[in-house]
Design a protein around this ligand. Structure first.
Ligand SMILES: C[S@@+](CC[C@H](N)C(=O)[O-])C[C@H]1O[C@@H](n2cnc3c(N)ncnc32)[C@H](O)[C@@H]1O
Length: 260
């Protein structure tokens, strides 16, 4: 069944999310006869198969679990990781900042665990990834195939992007690596005029260095943002921001390739 357009009942081979009473989430792939062990008891996969998502089932200790198909954000947070992933709050902003859409040709480096790749592919673009570590390249490939199947428009090459980009006429170049300024000379020849470069960086020192390099052209409309997400505790007599939040993840810098 198509995971991206799920209407039918849950079937063996599908990925599902179990949510317990404390809102702990568990990602599993349904298999006939299998069991899943959690802090709150054992769940039989056969009790899930054949039910619609949104069902509640009872585990071995009598505790209940909600069963849903996972969202992309659930998958990103729960999937096997090699490298640190970009978090969903930033993935959403990247899609908008880099204006990712159908039929675009996107170069992404490095692909790490494939979280950004998944978001870009789901938005309808094709992705060519450059990655210097074979284990990460394999991890990204298998994570993407797990979400979108083997036919996703996704190709990862084992390459150092600072040594050059073979492609030309790219619509977007997305960089999540430590020294994106070293990629600018290559991105300049690989991107079509008007195309968008986006770099994701954890520190403002790196971001300032990138912004300085962009000033040398032919780049314009440079912009840097940081996304702050504050969750709320909502109960009848207590509605307030949560006490804890993720204080910092990274800075998003975009620029347009100009004629020149
Ligand atoms: C933080 S991870 C990327 C995570 C990814 N954006 C995700 O959401 O899953 C950075 C990746 O860049 C790769 N990398 C670092 N320098 C590189 C280079 N010069 N060329 C290609 N890949 C590179 C690393 O091996 C690592 O996998």
């Amino acid at each position: 069944m198509d995971q991206e357009n799920p209407k039918e009942t849950l079937a063996a081979g599908e990925r599902v999310l179990l949510v317990d009473a404390k809102e702990r989430r568990y990602l599993l792939t349904l298999a006939a006869g299998a069991t899943f062990h959690t802090h709150a008891g054992i769940v039989s996969h056969d009790d899930i198969v054949g039910n619609p998502e949104g069902s509640t089932l009872t585990g071995s200790t009598g505790r209940s679990f909600l069963v849903l198909r996972p969202t992309l954000a659930d998958v990103v947070l729960k999937m096997p990781r090699g490298a640190q992933v970009i978090y969903p709050k930033d993935l959403g902003a990247i899609l908008m900042a880099a204006d990712i859409g159908p039929s675009q040709r996107v170069l992404e480096a490095g692909v790490g665990s494939g979280a950004l790749s998944m978001a870009v592919l789901r938005a309808g673009a094709s992705v060519l990834g450059y990655e210097i570590r074979e284990d990460f390249a394999n991890r990204a490939r298998s994570n993407v195939a797990g979400l979108l199947g083997p036919d996703a428009d996704y190709h990862v090459e084992l390459r150092d992007v600072t040594e050059g980009i073979d492609e030309t006429d790219l619509d977007r170049v997305l960089l999540d690596l430590p020294e994106p300024w070293r990629v600018l000379p290559h991105a300049r020849t690989a991107l079509r005029s008007g195309g968008i470069l986006l770099a994701y960086l954890p520190t403002i020192n790196q971001t300032a260095q990138l912004r300085g390099a962009l000033d040398d052209g032919p780049w314009g409309m440079a912009d840097t943002v940081e996304i702050l997400r504050r969750t709320w505790h909502v109960e009848a007599r207590s509605v307030r921001p949560d006490h804890r939040m993720v204080g910092h993840t990274g800075f998003l810098t975009t620029a347009r390739r100009l004629v020149g």
